[in-house]
Design a protein around this ligand. Structure first.
Ligand code: UDP
Length: 560
């Protein structure tokens, strides 16, 4: 790891990172800047001159940004615009390799793929031909992981996968342990799919109950394996099957048993979904939320994302068919923490919780309104009659909150609904070396207030320790500032979950979020967090204990 360069007085570094992303990922031949990119994308997606102007303005102003595959591929020969896919995996050699091929075609275009491997026979069971034995889901995941490794050499963005296994599968323990060694299955996130019946047993403390009659595994044994894995390095994630399927808007088409790689899109087999996010930081005007602007932007964004479904170039016909039936889109938000900072509200405050819920309610409400309008103009989604919607609508689901890992950098705002990781941190660059960044709203607040040497010392303090909460000099940081400038590691896990739950209440699909825990968190805390998250109605969660992995994108200054 190269030493990150600390450069006081040379800007906060975000602009350099943004330029780098634009160049390495989004600019196409003949394009020089963001406006050029926006023109290509808006032209490809608009169906009328009025829409072109509307879409161009959304993107140029960065109040709404579509997800990376759309920015990279709209108006190019690829034409593949979706970030999220779910591919079924069935238990025969032919079907397995069909799925692998479909995944490779998707990843080549920058899309992410999710699979539930539960239909695969356990390791050691007899093979269909009667010759030899089956190798089980974990071996298959290894195969899919290798395929991604090869495909990634061709694309601009590495493919990501989600590997899911039902908690009732005989191989669930080896699956949970599959990523325990760092570096293993690095192209996969893994998640256990858990029904309410299991969580209820855990909540009631029935740990000795036999969960799997065939293997004899007890509830407590499997739950401890999950907790151990998370404590060690943040995996597996957990998905709540019944909660996800309570929001299945087309139950007649089957159950939902998988999500895309970061968990925000539970989808039916072969469905794909286009994502795009509203930049909440730009919704604040004169210290207030501009609700009209939020609603208006959400409506326009729905038109944008719905248009994409018709011009999208689908990797295989099954995906075109499944996506066309339900026309799901994933409108989300980013820059939530920046919005709070601009409003002067701490992330862990009751006001923030209330605002989270209201924002998502308004976004979803406006999205539904526009989708109904589009249904009147252009027709409902073909499976509307088979859905639980009671009034004509064009899209089976409309809202989801993506991580916005790249587009939030482009838009210059905090990612998704995450709290800022640290006011000063280092980040691995696309080019491989590292970079020190200062949060722009932190800089705007403290730089003019403090003498240069004190400001530099404050930066160095946070860069080393990841917090300003332990600064004792009120001249540098006072109590009010301490409340407002709490970052990811200053916020307790319960608040992280409460915020996710507040957004989830009015979100059709799911939410990608990491529940941060301090390095000293105990396994018991992790178990409690899983139960609490289930009770709060989350569809799934990812927990990460600080410093439990060596390789991370964001970090603090290395210890000297
Ligand atoms: N994704 C992917 N590869 C990546 C990052 C993301 O395939 O390296 C997919 C994945 O399905 C994820 C979705 O894109 O859930 C959205 O991710 P994010 O919001 O971070 O993407 P961005 O649009 O910011 O690039």
């Amino acid at each position: 790891m190269g030493e990150a360069v600390f450069m006081p007085g040379t800007g906060n570094g975000l602009d350099i990172l943004e330029a780098e992303i634009l160049k390495s990922r989004y600019l196409r031949e003949g394009e020089e800047d963001w406006e050029d990119v926006c023109e290509r994308v808006a032209k490809a997606i608009a169906s009328t001159p009025e829409e072109y102007v509307e879409f161009l303005n959304l993107m140029v102003s960065k109040i709404f940004v579509p997800s990376s595959p759309t920015i990279m591929n709209a108006g190019t020969v690829s034409g593949q615009l979706s970030a999220c896919f779910v591919i079924p995996v069935e238990d025969s050699i032919e079907e397995i390799f069909d799925s692998l091929k479909t995944a490779a075609l998707i990843q080549k275009t920058g899309g992410g793929t999710g699979f539930n491997f539960s239909n695969i026979r356990p390791d050691g069971s007899p093979s269909v031909s009667g010759v030899g034995t089956a190798s089980g889901p974990v071996a298959l995941i290894r195969l899919f992981n290798e395929a991604t490794e090869i495909v990634k050499q061709f694309g601009r963005r590495r493919g990501a996968n989600m590997g899911i296994l039902d908690i009732s599968h005989d191989d669930v323990n080896p699956f949970i342990r599959a990523k325990r060694e760092e570096g293993k299955l690095s192209n996969f996130n893994i998640s256990v799919m858990v029904p309410d019946s299991f969580m209820r047993l855990v909540e009631q403390g029935n740990m000795d109950e036999i969960w799997n009659a065939k293997t004899g595994a007890k509830v407590g044994e499997i739950f401890s394996e999950i907790v151990e894995g998370i404590w060690r390095n943040g995996e597996p994630g957990i998905l709540f099957y019944d909660r996800i399927n309570r929001d299945n808007f087309t139950p007649a088409l089957g159950d939902i048993s998988a999500t895309n790689p970061c968990g925000e899109e539970p989808l039916l087999p072969f469905e794909s979904c286009n994502l795009g996010s509203i930049n909440l930081s730009l919704i604040v005007e004169d210290g207030k939320v501009n609700w009209d602007s939020l609603r208006e932007t959400a409506g326009k964004a729905v038109r944008f994302l719905d248009n994409e479904i018709d011009i999208n170039v689908y990797p295989v016909p099954e995906i075109e068919e499944a996506t066309g039936k339900t026309r799901k889109i994933g409108l989300g938000i980013m820059g939530f923490h920046d919005m709070l900072l601009k409003l002067g509200l701490p992330y862990d405050s009751t006001e923030a919780l209330g605002l989270a819920e209201k924002i998502m309610e308004q976004v979803t409400y406006s999205a539904v309104r526009m989708s109904r309008k589009l249904a009147a103009e252009k027709g409902t989604f073909p499976e509307y009659e088979n859905s639980i919607w009671e009034l004509p609508i064009r899209n089976a689901t409309l809202t989801a909150i993506a991580p916005t890992g790249t587009i939030s950098i482009l838009a210059g705002c905090s990612a998704g609904i995450e709290p800022v990781f640290s006011w000063v941190y280092r980040r691995a660059r696309i080019t491989g070396n590292e970079f020190m960044l200062v949060h722009p709203l932190f800089e705007a607040h403290f730089k003019p207030k403090l003498p240069e040497s004190s400001y530099d010392r404050l930066l160095e303090h946070i860069y080393t320790r990841g917090t300003l909460q332990d600064i004792t000099d009120p001249e540098i940081v006072d109590e009010e500032e301490k409340k407002l400038f709490r970052s990811a590691l200053d916020i307790d896990w319960k608040t992280h979950i409460d915020i996710q739950a507040a957004f989830q209440r009015h979100c059709h699909a799911g939410i990608s979020k990491t529940i941060n825990m301090p390095q000293k968190a105990r396994k018991d805390d992790i178990g409690k967090a899983l139960v609490y998250a289930w009770m709060q109605g989350l569809k799934g969660l990812t927990i990460y204990r600080t410093e439990s992995r060596q390789r991370v994108v964001l970090s603090l200054k290395s210890p000297v």
